[in-house]
Design a protein around this ligand. Structure first.
Ligand SMILES: [Zn+2]
Length: 350
């Protein structure tokens, strides 16, 4: 690939763009069979209701997005490795963080590439009124104009509601498989949970955690990749990390680190998700008749819609689950009643 890219143009950055685009296309095609098997099962079990044509179209859009974001980033990172061959991992670390924040910031603008959105008020005025009660209790200041209905039902039978964006772009999104199909009280809990992620600053905390973690990950991967090039470089046809082929060795080291650190990443995530569950249940207290019953009902609805394993293997849960299992979440909710005997919750004074 390196020789091919060099034969097409004499400009370094064009060679790089061709090389990294080809790399990303090959990586996507290599993963496609697994994606296809996943979609095949989701269709068989009626979680996915998308047509195969629609699925292929979505995969194509995803590849386009991957190229649009990935190629410039890889050119930049590869340039940093060439420019500072010894301390490049520090430079890469410094630029990773603002890029991460930027990607979170623009994510609401990318969502309409895959789904249609319309104002929630248009079809679910009653739900908007209820949601505003939770907004008032949590102090998240999201007006009805920034509540959207996402047309998920053309692709899935799954349930969801979420909050995305930062500052002026902050918005509530409720899937049309959820609004009107599960009781409004349960949608309020899902929304309360999502609000918890915002109120409890989970995104900034996650970014801070990544900042610390990535510092050591990049340092270790730089050392590991340098060793791989010394040991296998001749066989793999690469002599230095600063070359494009060497950059692929760096990506390989990073993907191994990502796999090994997945349990740690997921443990942090499960902790935040549990906090958001507690927050969500407290957020609907005084708004719905019975927060415990509502929350358990919401978990049952989610578990049934996504056909979740009601009793997953503990090792699988430890390694792969970024949320606690639905069973654990429902069990906690069933027994969480801090208001009994005049008490109050962890996050609200009443
Ligand atoms: Zn969550």
């Amino acid at each position: 690939m390196e020789r091919w890219a060099e034969s097409i143009s004499s400009r370094r950055w064009i060679q790089g763009a061709i090389f990294f685009a080809a790399y990303l296309i090959i990586a996507t095609l290599a993963g496609l069979p697994l994606e296809w098997i996943g979609e095949h099962y989701e269709r068989n079990y009626r979680i996915s209701v998308q047509t195969w044509g629609g699925w292929v179209g979505d995969e194509g859009k995803l590849l386009g997005l991957t190229l649009a974001v990935g190629v410039p980033l890889m050119l930049l990172f590869n340039w940093i490795v060439r420019r500072w061959p010894r301390r490049y991992w520090l430079g890469v670390w410094v630029v990773t963080l603002p890029i991460l924040v930027f990607l979170i910031f623009i994510s609401p603008f990318l969502e309409p590439i895959f789904y249609k959105f319309e104002p929630l008020q248009k079809s679910h005025g009653d739900l908007v009124v209820d949601l505003e009660k939770v907004v008032a209790r949590t102090g998240t200041s999201i007006p009805p104009e920034r509540m959207y209905l996402m047309k998920a039902s053309v692709k899935t039978n799954g349930l969801n509601a979420y909050v995305s964006g930062i500052g002026a772009t902050k918005r509530i999104v409720v899937w049309d498989t959820t609004a009107g199909r599960v009781p409004n009280d349960q949608v309020l809990f899902i929304f309360g949970h999502e609000s918890g992620h915002y109120v409890l600053h989970h995104i900034p905390k996650l970014i801070a955690g990544y900042a610390v973690g990535l510092f050591f990950v990049y340092w270790a991967c730089a050392a590991f990749a340098a060793w791989m090039v010394r040991r296998f470089g001749a066989k793999w046809g690469t002599s230095e990390l600063a070359s494009r082929t060497g950059f692929v060795v760096l990506l390989f080291a990073l993907s191994i680190a990502g796999f090994l650190l997945e349990p740690a990443d997921n443990a942090f995530s499960r902790h935040f998700e549990h906090q958001a569950d507690v927050y969500g249940q407290e957020a609907i207290h005084g708004i719905v008749a019975d927060p415990q019953k509502t929350t358990v009902g919401a978990f049952n609805a989610l578990g049934e819609a996504w056909l979740e394993d009601p009793n997953p293997n503990p090792f699988i849960e430890f390694w792969l689950y970024n949320h606690p299992s639905t069973q654990h979440r429902a069990y906690f909710a069933l027994h969480y009643d801090p208001w009994a005997n005049g008490g109050h919750g962890e996050f609200f004074k009443n």
